[in-house]
Write a protein that binds this ligand. Structure first.
Ligand SMILES: [Zn+2]
Length: 453
């Protein structure tokens, strides 16, 4: 079998997946991850085509086609009670327990077209089995850093590489802490917000640059252990204490003033609710006596100059869920004309940890990467894994920066895949990987690819 080096970006180590509940940063080397794709929908059929590179085809752990899958080939996969039905360009191969499409090098892109679901493209390998006769289990086995770039692209907007660097270090830290989240399901993460959104491969060089700039970095607490790194869209001007949203009071998830979240897309919201609906909700669901003037008055004039956790003993997180509110950070007034209750809200999301829009604002003001992390995660700091070669990271950053500048200088110029930034990026990766290959110190870190379930 052909030998593969997993030196994509900087992380190339033979370390095993760390399944410890609280791994220290030093333990947390991961080459590849398995992500379940289309995890929130039923997949009745999947059509795969190939945008770049060649793929091997395996079925029931045996190679069926060697490097024969590329442009112009279409693979059809359908669930059945006995497994996955496979056909290639209309030729029926049969039904198998599992089907694997394995990229023959790092410059491979496949296009996934599920029935009735929008098409997506991914790098890495694809492992397909059937849950039952109506639903496929589709897993992307991919380099960890490639996955992270895809997550960053799905999770945050912006146009400055530090924004992406921050989202990448948060997502890397979260991933390393939660590597076993779907262990019993046979993969590491789903592609939905339950884990982290991973809605496509990363197609933006500036996001790949930001992700690469954070290579080897994680966020740790005073004890050197990886911290939980929750984030939300916008804090509304003040973040929340972890215990006011979840149960645990974590020392690094403290409520802080966050004026950086003002005047952004998700800074404010308004929701109008019929007065009876609002009052009856507290009466029926939470047994409050709404005939009592004091109770009634509080429910109709509730204000939060600073974030509160409860309204008359009722957790605001519960109110948020039941009324589908963007946040718990709202004040209550009454519309004089209609008599309706008006909730004037601030922010979007649970409010704990990092505010993404606050981050976007801070980066635009030139505030440093480290300071932004420390602002949202009290007392935490960046840990740099010394075994990730800084020279390697620097070379990559220099090369990709050059590619971005070239593209900026020639906007809109149509090029073939081989000649555009993507082709250049793959060549940079390959060159860097070859340099690593000839480094005797790195030889022992190589590994043969194996089908693992
Ligand atoms: Zn999940």
């Amino acid at each position: 079998m052909k030998k593969f080096l997993f030196v994509l970006f900087a992380l190339c180590f033979c370390g095993t997946l760390a399944f410890a509940s609280q791994p220290v940063a030093e333990d947390a080397h991961v080459n590849r991850v398995k992500i379940r794709l289309f995890s929130n929908v039923k997949i009745e059929a999947l059509y795969v085509s190939f945008d770049l590179g060649l793929y091997d085809l395996y079925a029931n752990d045996t190679m069926l086609l060697d490097s024969n899958l590329g442009e112009g080939i279409s693979v059809e996969l359908k669930p059945s009670t006995s497994g996955v039905y496979l056909s290639v360009n209309g030729y029926e191969y049969g039904t198998y327990k599992n089907v694997v499409l394995k990229a023959t090098d790092t410059a491979c892109i496949m296009c996934l077209n599920p029935k009735n679901v929008k098409q997506r493209t991914y790098e890495g390998d694809l492992i397909v089995s059937a849950f039952d006769k109506a639903n496929l289990k589709i897993i992307n086995d991919v380099a960890f850093e490639t996955y992270l770039a895809g997550v960053v692209q799905s999770e945050i907007y912006g146009n400055q590489s530090d924004i992406f660097r921050i989202q990448a270090v948060i997502s890397r830290t979260w991933s390393l802490r939660n590597m076993s989240k779907h262990k019993s399901d046979g993969y590491n993460f789903c592609d939905y917000v339950h884990c982290q959104a991973y809605q496509n491969r990363c197609v933006r060089p500036d996001i790949i640059l930001g992700t690469m700039q954070s290579a080897g970095e994680t966020i740790v607490g005073d004890d050197g252990k990886l911290i939980e790194t929750p984030f939300h869209s916008n804090s509304g001007g003040q973040t929340a204490n972890s215990e006011d949203v979840w149960r645990a009071a974590l020392p690094y998830l403290r409520s802080v003033s966050d004026t950086f979240s003002y005047h952004m897309r998700q800074s404010e919201w308004v929701k109008v609710i019929k007065k009876d609906q609002w009052l009856n909700y507290f009466s029926k669901t939470h047994k409050l006596n709404i005939q009592n003037d004091s109770v009634r008055n509080t429910l109709l004039t509730f204000a939060q100059p600073e974030r509160k956790a409860k309204i008359l003993g009722v957790p605001l997180t519960r109110v948020r869920t039941d009324f589908k509110l963007k946040s718990t950070f709202f004040t209550v007034t009454t519309d004089e004309k209609t008599g309706d209750v008006v909730l004037n809200g601030r922010g979007y999301g649970h409010g704990v940890g990092l505010s993404q829009e606050g981050t976007i604002r801070m980066v635009s003001l030139g505030i440093s990467y480290d300071s932004i992390i420390r602002h949202y995660y009290t007392g935490a700091h960046i840990h740099r894994d010394e075994s990730v070669s800084e020279t390697y990271v620097q070379n990559f950053v220099t090369e990709i920066t050059k590619i971005i500048e070239e593209d900026k200088a020639n906007p809109g110029q149509k090029k073939s895949k081989k000649d555009d930034w993507l082709g250049k990026l793959f060549r940079v990766r390959d060159r860097q990987d070859r340099e690593e290959e000839f480094d005797p110190a790195k030889q022992e870190m190589e590994s043969d690819w194996k089908v693992e379930w």
